[in-house]
Design a protein around this ligand. Structure first.
Ligand code: WT7
Length: 647
């Protein structure tokens, strides 16, 4: 019998159809799938009409040189004008674009007219500083409205931005500045994090010393902490603050580069993912409208991601603003000054739509149900999840304790490379299923294939691939076309593959099973870490779990699990035995963990993904590997100490 590509162990019977009232007023209906299936390019052409184009396109898609796609060729638009000017021109200038909430509770509302004014002044400043269309600008900022202003000002003058997450080191910042060949950096003195000013400028100073290409550094004053001042530095308030607010947006080609965003990947030098203008804005705008069912007149939308990740690019800046949304932007952490901070913000602004990550949902579960119960969350009408597979029990917790059993949940699968959401329920159409991202969106063709690139039948598992080009796809890796071909297009002929395992259940719904690099090979079965983790989280006592395969003389690999318990639960040998048995009962004996350890925290990247590689080092009793991309690089020491204290 040939070895299965990826085992399908977990089954899920619970489904939650949308409420009839939700469906009745939903932005997108079942018909969208049929329209897209009948003529995919006509469907995307129709979505592109959501935007204002100064010149129409000649063809929807040029795929004459695959996998280098060109969408809406010959078309021209200005991305920033689509996010701002057209709303103000339509008389919506007084609508709040951003409710900014500082960590310490300071804040301000920025209207579309004010945002446009500031973007025009920033665009004039950049031009005065010698930035021209095509020049790269690096943005290294806290979560403040000026970060969005900086991005939009770059877009307005056709200067591709590269936002670097404000938690990254000198080394990471310098290598990105260097690779992008940027001449200007926009930063701030610092931002507020965990109740304290967190300096950013010293990191930029050190990086600029190593990057001779940097001519100027533009500095927003946020924390008012002392900063060293160099000849290349300029204050934002002295330049942007005094610049003219007259600026006519000039059109750019649909394929003009909009931004480069670096993904660290698992190995080697970071990849500069290149996104362009027309197709990217079409798909971010459409998906934000369709998946979040955005009603711009009445919704208050909040995406909790940082602007330094693609989620912040597509679903804080370009998607929502192109749709004229009102949104919340929060500077700080979820537990400062207290663990109810998120719920307090939802209550304060009457947030209707929340988009957050499974890692946070599991953290909230661990903190306890009573915390969200202390706030009025009745304004919420839609919940979203992104970044990792969401375990069915975390999904159920999110639905009950945050959505009060009524708000539909959209589990959205996509990547930095895909630019916009690819797989997700549609909230007015899909009967949702906890843990499944379910269906490709209209106009997107996703497949699950085996090692021989053949589609797996329902019930089978394999590799998630994308068969046809999509408008917001990455165009290349900045400066490295060959790496683009090798990384994404070489495993399967003519298909995009970016490393995720997936299965189709008996209804044909898609389940994401984690990175294929993490798959465990146990007695000849390929078992996904996600399924075992979800089985553990389905036990009442477990809030979070991370599973790795450790080499085993008998089975090839043995399953080793690290778990965080809920609330104040204490573990015992009997409890661990019960957990092992619970996994075996849920998934079958093949998936029974060899060992389960209780830990207080797990190693995560700054965007919240569990770093299983480091846990494998513990499970196999090795020296711990490179920890530089961890959010907190002391966590591995604490985990090791905690385990040896318990042993
Ligand atoms: C990887 C992409 C997409 C924006 C944030 C992350 C994982 C993302 C889901 C989901 C299961 C998911 C995948 C993907 N992922 N969303 N809903 N279900 N897995 O962007 O840093 O480029 O990471 O995140 O493994 O490949 P990214």
């Amino acid at each position: 019998m040939p070895q299965e590509t990826l085992a399908n162990l977990l089954t899920e019977d619970r489904t939650f159809p949308p409420a009839p009232e939700f469906t009745a007023s939903a932005n997108v209906t079942e018909a969208a799938y049929d329209e897209a299936a009948a003529d995919r390019l006509a469907f995307w052409e129709q979505q592109a009409r959501r935007l204002d184009w100064t010149k129409d396109w000649d063809s929807v898609l040029d795929w004459s040189n695959p996998p280098f796609a060109k969408w809406f060729t010959g078309g021209e638009l200005n991305v920033a004008a689509n996010c701002l000017d057209r709303h103000v021109d339509a008389g919506l200038g007084e609508r709040v674009a951003i409710h900014f909430e500082g960590e310490s509770g300071d804040g301000r509302a920025v209207t579309y007219a004010e945002l446009l004014d500031e973007v025009k002044r920033a665009a004039n400043t950049l031009t005065d500083l010698g930035v021209e269309a095509g020049d790269r600008v690096v943005i290294y900022m806290p979560m403040i409205p000026e970060a969005a202003v900086a991005m939009l000002a770059c877009a307005r003058i056709g200067a591709p931005h590269s936002v670097v997450f404000g938690g990254f080191s000198v080394e990471a910042l310098a290598s990105r500045i260097d690779d992008a060949g940027a001449k200007l950096v926009i930063t701030a003195d610092g931002g507020f994090r965990r109740g304290k000013p967190n300096a950013l400028k010293p990191t930029v100073d050190a990086a600029a010393e190593r990057c001779p290409g940097i001519e100027k550094v533009l500095v927003v004053r946020r924390t008012e902490q002392d900063v060293d001042w160099n000849e290349r530095d300029l204050w934002w308030h002295e330049t942007v603050g005094t610049a003219s607010n007259e600026h006519a947006a000039q059109p750019f080609d649909a394929e003009h580069p909009l931004f480069i965003l670096y993904t660290s990947g698992t190995t080697g030098k970071p990849k500069g993912i290149l996104h362009t203008s027309g197709g990217y804005l079409t798909q971010t705008s459409y998906t934000h409208h369709a998946v979040f069912d955005l009603k711009p007149e009445s919704d208050v939308y909040w995406c909790t991601a940082d602007i330094g990740w693609v989620t912040g690019h597509s679903y804080i800046v370009y998607g929502p603003l192109s749709n004229g949304a009102t949104q919340v932007m929060y500077e700080g952490t979820p537990d400062t000054p207290h663990k109810g901070r998120f719920w307090e913000i939802i209550d304060k602004y009457q947030v209707t739509s929340l988009y957050t990550a499974p890692t946070l949902i599991r953290t909230f579960m661990k903190w306890g149900d009573d915390i969200p119960a202390g706030y009025d969350l009745s304004s919420l009408r839609l919940l979203g999840s992104v970044g990792e597979p969401i375990n069915p029990e975390a999904w159920i917790w999110y639905r009950e304790h945050v959505g009060k059993g009524k708000a539909p949940i959209v589990d959205t699968w996509w990547q930095t490379e895909t630019g916009a959401i690819m797989v997700s329920p549609l909230p007015g159409v899909t009967a949702t299923k906890p843990g499944s991202a379910q269906r490709p969106l209209p106009g997107i063709t996703v497949d699950v294939v085996d090692d021989e690139a053949k589609s797996v039948p329902n019930g089978g598992g394999g590799f998630l691939t994308i068969r046809d080009p999509w408008p917001s796809m990455l165009r290349t890796i900045w400066g490295d076309d060959q790496r683009f071909l090798d990384t994404y297009w070489s495993k399967f002929d003519g298909m995009y593959f970016a490393g995720d395992g997936a299965k189709r259940d008996d209804d044909g719904d898609l389940w994401l099973l984690g990175r294929v690099d993490d798959v465990m090979l146990v007695s000849g079965h390929n078992i996904s870490t996600t399924e075992v983790e979800s089985a553990l989280v389905s036990h009442d006592s477990v809030a979070e779990a991370a599973v790795v395969g450790a080499s085993d003389p008998v089975t090839g690999q043995g399953i080793v699990a690290f778990t965080i318990l809920r609330g104040d639960i204490e573990s015992s040998p009997e409890h661990l035995q019960e957990l092992r048995q619970h996994v075996a009962n849920t998934l079958g004996p093949i998936a029974k963990p060899r060992q389960i350890m209780v830990v207080a925290e797990l190693p995560k990247t700054r965007s919240g993904k569990i770093m299983r590689r480091l846990l494998r080092d513990i499970a196999e009793n090795r020296e711990i590997g490179d920890v530089t991309t961890l959010a907190d690089n002391t966590v591995m020491t604490r985990i090791k100490e905690g385990l040896s204290a318990a042993a």
